[in-house]
Design a protein around this ligand. Structure first.
Ligand code: FRU
Length: 492
């Protein structure tokens, strides 16, 4: 079908179906599809004074299908406007999907480098797909044209690769006047690796080297790689598939991780340290970074996980992005905090005076569907603190800080599955002071402890009348020194 017909069909479908979705779990301050399905954030870019976020999108059903790119733009990073769909699977090299990729400004144009995905009928000993990297560009930041020379990057013949030729999710950065792209792939032994390419103009690329690859329990495929720079440090951020659980770590189906290290541009190799999770919750995947002009490295992820139950599918939509976060280096590790622009969304505040409590407390003003809870605690008289969301109901989520173990546990009950599951994170500096910032947005919680020392994100699906936050001291008396719930502005 010609692009113009595809565009007309998709936009007409969205216009007719977006008003019909049920909004009981639909976010108010997160980017989510108007109807249909979304996954990975894509194309994060700063262009002509505005932030651009695209995402993997299938408009026609609330489940994964041939990928389009949807598009949202913002001047301040927190109030967004929707733009028309940017990419359609309309070419022979992307016929089964415009898969994940990146965005960047060059010579007054906004470029997108993405994966063209083509499904092949699986035959023994032959790949089940062709994945190549394709370029699109726009002068106005709204209408995109695909480059005549596509695909611009093919799987290099000299690279040994797994049977299925996984080769996707390019992310470009600039160094010393040249462009570098990292692309996710597999080795012939089916372990994850990322490949480095180099270009002067974004159109002609040459393969440099295997930039990094899995060692030991680091997965069979590395999706969505990013090279990131923050606070004078370099990092590789990616989403490995197939990492096996190690005790209480790596319990999700797939992971999103960061490795600090140093890029050797001569050799084309990233020398790195260990692999650490970026978010310890149930629902966080495929994060992408964006270096912005003030020097910060921002990050947005998909606030879902493949193969999680997604009850909003019955409401005609599925999936959402995280809030924008900042990456920093503190006390020898990577921390993520809400982007400082999130403060701009604050509206009415519901503040509680400092309180000591030795049994459960709840503040009716805080029992809302969306908003930000910002609290500080003195735990010197207790072992820890539990905070329960939808307390006592079927879809309860609990955050339990145990200061003696230096650990936080996130538990989620699910009415949809009948299961209760937990995830854990270390809180190395958790002594007597605890700070908590939680962004609650109808069906999601993003929990930041001790200024990003541990971040845990999860979806949850309580009913309106079940919005009850309860604070529960553990073995003693807790003092809440600050406690405010902010209502937040809508972002669209
Ligand atoms: C990650 C991913 C990417 C791929 C995209 C397809 O969630 O599998 O590797 O490009 O989703 O939608």
């Amino acid at each position: 079908m010609p692009t113009s017909d595809m565009r007309a069909e998709a936009e007409a479908f969205i216009a007719a179906n977006a008003p019909k979705i049920k909004r009981r779990w639909y976010p108010r301050f997160h980017i989510a599809p108007r109807c249909g399905w979304c996954n990975d954030p894509n194309g994060l870019a700063w262009f002509k004074g505005e932030y651009h976020v695209f995402y993997q999108y299938y408009p026609f059903e609330p489940k994964w299908g041939p990928m389009h790119w949807a598009h949202a733009v913002s001047r301040d990073l927190v109030h967004w406007r929707r733009e028309p769909l940017a990419l359609f699977p309309d070419q022979p090299y992307d016929a089964d999907g415009c898969f994940s990729g990146c965005g960047l400004e060059k010579d007054g144009k906004l470029y997108l480098l993405y994966t063209g995905h083509v499904d092949l009928m699986k035959k023994p000993g032959k790949p089940d797909r062709i994945e190549t990297q394709a370029l699109a560009f726009s002068r106005d930041g709204v209408h995109f044209e695909k480059a005549a020379g596509n695909p611009v990057i093919k799987l290099p013949e000299e690279v040994s690769t797994g049977e299925d030729h996984h080769f996707r999710d390019p992310k470009v950065w600039q160094h010393a006047g040249r462009y570098y792209a990292v692309v996710g792939a597999q080795t012939a032994e089916n372990v994850g690796q990322v490949l480095l390419f180099e270009s002067e103009n974004l159109e002609d690329w040459s393969f440099r080297h295997v930039m990094a690859k899995a060692e030991g329990n680091q997965g069979f495929m590395w999706e969505c790689p990013n090279f990131a720079e923050f606070d004078g440090h370099e990092a590789l951020i990616f989403s490995p598939q197939g990492v096996k659980p190690e005790g209480r770590r790596f319990l999700n189906l797939h992971q999103s991780v960061v490795m600090l290290g140093k890029m050797d541009y001569e050799a084309g190799i990233f020398y790195h340290g260990s692999m650490e999770l970026l978010d310890y919750g149930f629902d966080f995947y495929a994060p992408q970074v964006m270096q912005v002009p003030d020097g910060r490295c921002l990050l947005v992820g998909w606030l879902n996980m493949w193969e999680s139950t997604m009850p909003e599918q019955e409401d005609g939509w599925c999936g959402q992005m995280t809030i924008p976060r900042e990456l920093h280096y503190r006390n020898d590790r990577v921390v993520t905090v809400p982007a400082r622009e999130m403060l701009e969304l604050r509206k009415a505040e519901h503040s509680q005076p400092a309180t000591d409590f030795d049994k459960e407390v709840s503040f009716p003003d805080w029992n809302r569907e969306t908003g930000e809870l910002c609290a500080e605690f003195d735990l010197s008289g207790a072992r820890g603190l539990a905070v329960h969301f939808a307390a006592g109901f079927e879809d309860e989520v609990s955050v339990m800080v145990d200061k003696e173990k230096g650990e936080v546990r996130l538990s989620r009950k699910s009415a949809a599955t009948g299961r209760e599951e937990s995830r854990w994170a270390r809180l190395p500096s958790s002594q007597d002071k605890l700070s908590l910032r939680v962004f609650e947005d109808r069906s999601s919680l993003e929990i930041f402890l001790n200024e990003g020392e541990a971040v845990l994100s999860t979806r949850f699906y309580p009913k309106t009348e079940e919005r009850v936050i309860v604070l529960e001291p553990q073995e003693g008396t807790v003092r809440m020194t600050k406690g405010v719930f902010y209502e937040l502005d809508d972002i669209f």
